[in-house]
Ligand binder design. Structure first.
Ligand SMILES: [Fe+2]
Length: 502
């Protein structure tokens, strides 16, 4: 811990206010976009439609039946405007259908209203997250390119700055944005990382409602229902780019980062979100704990150092409900800010340090302690078996960077932590790996599925691996490339929550 504490304290002193202007920013030249990073961040997807794998190594387990959906920003230029930030670009979806040991796929851009409008106009009309529209913009586009989630008997593509967008998981058609029967408040963001309680089936989400003051809203979608209940509204004093949260049996946990977005700056300067991030130098990390049933008053626990937390892995509460174990991925604040502000620019490519941390939260004393589980140049994209989410602290999977100094996106190692030791597998030279997803087959057995990319052949693949020891069971080669992107989910056939037809 001391390593991070020292680093953070030093960086924080030079870490107040907007760090830079994008006015001098030029996206990378084609020449500079070398290696695997360029694949992930700066090349537009080219393949749309149904497809079959070029080759399959090993045997795809016959009991895996369902669809693995992956989402990503898939467009890296917009009518000759290079999109310079990793978060920029329209949503590109891939559906991988597993059935009786066979795999088929479908990939396409999600035809949102904004995407169709720009194509109709023949030019860029919206600011992206990190790239300004060169002419008068109609607003900031929040393409649903981050995640996919099933709830309220529909499947959704998710951003986090705009409402969920319903999709047809068979055709990947865009069915329009959804406010859950007006139960989700207007002009309120919706998280890209909803959580389903594996015992009750209730879905939980948060959103930020801008205003004076800005409010953090917590919502519950009861199992079998299609309307949210807002269970808490908290004044948080600013528009904080919270990216993830966690649940336990009784609680919702939200960590506020030491960064906020100056919404007034976006409106006044007609600029992008990334240009209006503000680091809050000495502000502590604030962890908010609220009861899932909406009772009581949420508590806020402050802690230093205030690292950035993009993703949580899992959490469990003690039997008496007085303490919580929370495992999260922490990135030192200045590096996390740079990634958020300018991920994709050359200046943003210094290797950020991060760690998997176990927080021990005492709800009675309103204090917490930390234990470092692992450190890495970058350890991210945690995943657990969704049947254990918030209920049982079992194996945690994550991606690490090991062999790519200067390329923080080249995740080449998949790791598992079973509470006692780490196991790892390394990708072959020239390959990188995508976020692991833990899925259950018809017999209830767990498997690990993740995408991968081979730069030598410019080709994507999907791996199916045994849990814990990560032994490879099957690899299917696509015959073309898709962006590895960020998140997705597995929707098993017959899931009552997800009437998926494919
Ligand atoms: Fe995420």
């Amino acid at each position: 811990m001391n390593f991070f504490a020292r680093k953070s304290a030093r960086d924080a002193s030079a870490f107040k206010g907007p760090l830079s202007s994008f006015s001098s920013h030029e996206p990378w030249s084609a020449k500079a976009r070398s290696g695997r990073l360029s694949y992930l961040a700066f090349r537009t997807a080219t393949h749309e439609g149904p497809w079959l794998p070029r080759a399959v190594e090993g045997e795809i387990p016959r009991d895996i039946c369902g669809v693995l959906l992956r989402n990503s920003p898939g467009q890296k230029e917009n009518f000759d405007v290079p999109l310079g930030h990793l978060f920029d670009g329209d949503a590109y979806l891939t559906a991988l259908r597993f059935e009786n040991g066979r795999l088929s796929g479908r990939s396409r851009f999600l035809e949102t209203r904004e995407r169709q409008h720009e194509r109709h106009c023949g030019r860029m009309r919206y600011h992206e997250f990190g790239t300004r529209c060169p002419s008068r913009a109609l607003g900031v586009k929040s393409p649903p390119s981050v995640n996919v989630f099933a709830m309220a008997n529909q499947n959704f593509a998710l951003s986090e700055g705009a409402p969920p967008v319903a999709i047809d998981a068979e055709t990947l058609d865009c069915l329009g944005s959804c406010d859950f029967g007006k139960s989700w408040p207007a002009r309120t963001t919706f998280t890209a990382h909803p959580k389903r309680d594996p015992v009750t089936g209730d879905v939980f989400a948060y959103g930020l409602k801008p205003g004076l003051p800005t409010e953090l809203l917590l919502g519950r979608l009861p199992a079998g229902r299609d309307e949210f209940e807002i269970i808490a509204r908290l004044r948080v004093g600013g528009f904080y780019p919270v990216h993830d949260f966690m649940i336990t049996k009784s609680y919702i946990i939200v960590a506020l980062p030491p960064v906020h977005i100056n919404l007034w700056g976006i409106l006044r300067n007609r600029s992008s979100i990334a240009e209006n991030l503000v680091a809050e130098g000495d502000r502590p990390l604030r962890i908010i704990v609220a009861r899932k049933d909406g009772s009581g008053v949420p508590i806020t626990i402050e802690s230093h150092p205030a690292h950035m937390i993009f993703h949580h892995a899992n959490a469990v509460e003690s039997e008496d409900g007085k303490t919580i174990r929370l495992v999260s991925m922490e990135i030192e604040a200045a590096a996390g800010f740079r990634m958020l502000e300018g991920w994709g620019r050359e200046a943003g490519l210094s290797q950020p340090k991060s760690q998997m941390t176990e927080f021990s939260i005492d709800l009675e004393t309103k204090t917490l302690s930390r234990a470092t589980l692992t450190e890495a140049a970058l350890v991210e994209f945690p995943a657990v078996d969704p049947r254990t989410l918030g209920r049982s602290m079992e194996t945690i999977y994550a991606l690490r960077t090991s062999d790519a100094p200067g390329d923080p996106l080249a995740f080449d190692t998949l790791t598992s932590w079973d509470g006692r030791r780490f196991r790892e597998i390394r990708a072959a030279q020239g390959q990188m790996l995508g976020e692991p997803v833990v899925l259950a087959d018809k017999a209830g057995k767990s498997w690990i599925a993740h995408l991968g990319y081979d730069s030598d052949h410019d080709e994507s693949f999907v791996d199916i691996r045994e849990p814990v020891d990560l032994r490879l069971a099957a690899r299917a080669w696509f015959g073309f490339r898709i962006p590895l992107g960020f998140h997705g989910c597995f929707i098993p056939d017959g899931d009552e929550q997800t009437p998926l037809r494919h």
